[in-house]
Design a protein around this ligand. Structure first.
Ligand SMILES: Cc1ncc(COP(=O)(O)O)c(C=O)c1O
Length: 395
């Protein structure tokens, strides 16, 4: 079976985990701090706060804004449910918006229709790693005194008009889940230019405690022998607020450090494979390949084609040993989020037509050729079937 997604991990990550396991420190510690520093540097952000998941990142980024009770958060309907759940968990009301038919990113024109005096956050998702129309969205947010929080779960390593995703908005949330462009097994982070937001996020990720265990252990462990002589206040901490257990641990961070060093190479391979799909499928008039707008460098988290015969192609590829995906059913069509009268036609149509083909750095060219051949042969077979039935009707 050719998998749909697959993490690109190997001996280097295994060695980093082994080293961490014997280091004597597994929790939030020096490797997490080092990952944060390097990730912030890689995306051009002032601060990075590493967390246990992308969902935690979204949840805490929203909480960091201390939203009022009636706050509304505008979310594209075509996303993973974490984007909307985070807003609900932060006590806000989710307002779904439609997507741009070309990119499947949040559509600024539809956002305009959803704005209200209660809009506090616009939460774009860089679908498949294609950066959203950030200038337009930032202008809309500014116009109503709202904040843009980016869901960059798919967009690690992407850039928009020459600037890395992670450096554009007050708060950007990344996911390092098992199938993401950069994986730590499970993990995530928030990048921000605000020292105040960073301090809030650090407190919230660790039970509302003002200093984490690693910081306190450093205070007592150094210099050697000083621990016993230091006053007990050094090991003390204060609980400043409610909080969560959302921190990244050093095992995940060790994997993340190796992955970060490989990120550009891995994303370049994704782009190469995407370009090969584009070239091999562009002449097929019964499907459309994903669009990349000028001015962005996408992270190519996925490769989503669209076609009317989606289910038939999906079955055909499964028979050929090729896994595919349909990401996502629009959130406003799920029972938990269904509301009377909400219609978001672009996302609804895309959902009926979407099909994700295998794309990951370790997909071999031979495997990709197999996928391409299977897609093309589906078209040939469908045309032959049409010709046969037309012939039968004529005779
Ligand atoms: C668009 C989007 N947002 C948020 C998340 C949540 O990230 P995580 O799985 O790390 O919690 C995901 C994960 O798949 C995602 O695809």
């Amino acid at each position: 079976m050719i998998q749909l997604f697959r993490p690109s991990v190997g001996e280097e990550e295994a060695a980093a985990v082994r080293e961490t396991l014997v280091s004597g420190w597994l929790g939030l510690g020096p490797r997490t701090a080092s990952f944060e520093e390097r990730f912030a540097c890689a995306v051009g952000a002032q601060h990075c706060v590493a967390l246990s998941s992308g969902t935690a990142a979204l949840h805490l980024a929203l909480l960091a804004l201390a939203l009022p009770r009636d706050a509304e958060v505008i979310v594209p309907t075509l996303t993973f449910v974490a984007t909307a759940h985070a807003a609900v968990l932060a006590g806000a009301r989710v307002v779904f918006a439609d997507v741009d038919p070309r990119t499947l990113d949040l559509d600024p024109d539809d956002v305009v229709r959803r704005l209200s005096p209660r809009t506090r956050v616009i939460l774009p998702v860089h679908y498949g790693g294609h950066p959203c129309a950030m200038d337009e969205l930032a202008n809309l947010a500014r116009g109503v005194g709202a904040v843009v929080i980016e869901d960059a779960a798919h967009a690690t390593g992407a850039s928009h008009r020459g600037r890395s995703i992670g450096s554009l908005s007050p708060l950007t949330c990344f996911s390092f889940g098992g199938i993401k462009n950069l994986t730590t097994g499970d993990g995530g982070c928030v990048t921000t230019s605000s020292a105040e937001h960073a301090a809030t996020l650090r407190r919230l990720r660790w039970m509302g405690i003002d200093r984490d265990t690693w910081q306190r252990s450093q205070a007592t462990a150094s210099p050697v022998g000083a621990a016993r002589r230091r006053p007990p206040a050094d090991t003390d901490y204060e609980v400043a607020s409610l909080g969560f257990k959302y921190q990244m641990n050093d095992i995940a961070a060790a994997i993340g450090l190796v992955q970060l060093a490989k990120l550009e190479r891995m994303n370049a391979r994704r782009r190469l494979l995407a370009a090969r799909y584009d070239a091999a499928l562009a002449d097929l008039d019964w499907l459309s390949v994903p669009v990349v707008l000028p001015g962005v460098v996408p992270a190519r988290h996925n490769y989503a084609i669209q076609l009317e015969q989606r289910d038939a192609l999906r079955a055909w590829l499964a028979e050929s040993g090729i896994a595919t995906g349909v990401h996502y059913r629009p959130l406003h069509l799920h029972p938990f989020y269904r509301r009377d009268g909400v219609s978001l036609p672009v996302a609804e149509r895309a959902w009926r037509r979407l099909l994700l083909l295998p794309l990951y750095p370790d997909l071999t060219l031979a495997e990709q050729d197999q996928v391409i051949d299977a897609v093309r042969s589906f078209g040939t077979r469908a045309k032959a079937a049409v010709a046969t039935s037309a012939g039968a009707a004529a005779s």
